[in-house]
Design a protein around this ligand. Structure first.
Ligand code: GUN
Length: 291
């Protein structure tokens, strides 16, 4: 078993990005600038956004963090997004999800100009991705593609099972892995809450991408010997043995599954780091579109 180490792979891509930023600066141009909008007090969202802002600084990007209380109105958010769309000094805009129930996430996503939609959630970008055209690709599935590429994993002709059909991860992942590219060219099965015979389907998989948000959902009896396991889950569970009383685990029962597989991503230290790198690559691309 070999770890697909997000720390090592993300460090490689970060160096590439830093070099690109230096090139931009050497031409007397300004650095890429990401605006992040965070609503409310969700601890996980706060941590993710803080990590994105920190990585911007590390790579020489500018960033602007805009925070709102949970009670912010939808109109106030839409007005802010319009302001950021019109601001020539802002290249990328992200609104951290989930949003409070009184706000329509689709309306908010559609308000972001598609050339600044570095999350790749706007219908124009999702449509272009489906057609194989140049677009912003959602950060987590794109990060997984970058991880597979870094470790030179040949995926052509493999049976891939994606568990979870979210707009953010599962659905775009199934498209990316099935298209005619390297990595790609997989035969993809997309499993979800209504899937029958999940265990049998998974047992036939050469690659499993677990993105359901349930701790330890994928157990060793679901995994074929030699399979490649990509764990997207970041779940906080109680752990009385730790100082904080909690710890992070993935959607895969790592200890059980790792001995059976050829490659596996750890949690933390796997896909999460690739998501951020992928967001940074998108922001660099947005900078080029915003010349
Ligand atoms: N919530 C969970 N994942 C993401 C992500 O990749 N982007 C945003 N904006 N919100 C998220």
């Amino acid at each position: 078993m070999q770890l697909l180490d997000g720390k090592i792979a993300s460090a490689h891509y970060k160096t590439e990005i830093k070099n690109q930023v230096n090139l931009i600066l050497s031409k007397g141009k300004r650095a890429p600038h990401l605006a992040a909008i965070l609503v409310g007090e969700n601890a996980a969202s706060k941590a993710y956004v803080a990590s994105k802002v920190k990585t911007c600084a590390e790579l020489g990007f500018e960033s602007t963090l805009i925070t709102y209380e949970n009670s912010v109105s939808q109109q106030e958010l839409l007005d802010k997004i319009k302001f950021l769309n019109d601001d020539k000094n802002i290249d990328g805009i992200l609104v951290q999800l989930p949003l409070p129930k009184h706000i329509d996430e689709n309306k908010v996503i559609e308000a972001i100009h598609y050339n600044k939609d570095v999350d790749g959630f706007h219908p124009v970008n999702l449509g272009k991705m489906m057609l194989g055209l140049q677009s912003f690709v959602p950060a987590t599935p794109n990060g997984i593609m970058l991880l597979l590429k870094y470790y030179q994993i040949k995926t052509e002709g493999l049976n891939c099972v994606v568990i979870g059909r979210s707009n953010i991860v599962g659905t775009p992942m199934s498209i990316l892995l099935s298209r005619n590219s390297e990595p790609g060219n997989c035969t993809v099965t997309l499993c979800h809450s209504k899937t029958k015979n999940m265990k049998e389907i998974c047992k036939n998989a050469d690659i499993i991408v677990a993105a359901i948000g349930k701790p330890h959902f994928v157990t060793s009896d679901m995994v074929k010997e030699g399979a490649i396991i990509i764990d997207v889950g970041i779940n906080r569970i109680e752990a009385p043995e730790t100082k904080s009383g909690t710890r992070l685990v993935g959607d895969v029962d790592f200890d059980q599954v790792a001995p059976k597989c050829s490659f596996i991503t750890p949690v933390p230290g796997g896909v999460g780091l690739m998501t951020i790198v992928s967001l940074m690559k998108n922001t660099l691309l947005a900078r080029a579109l915003n010349n």
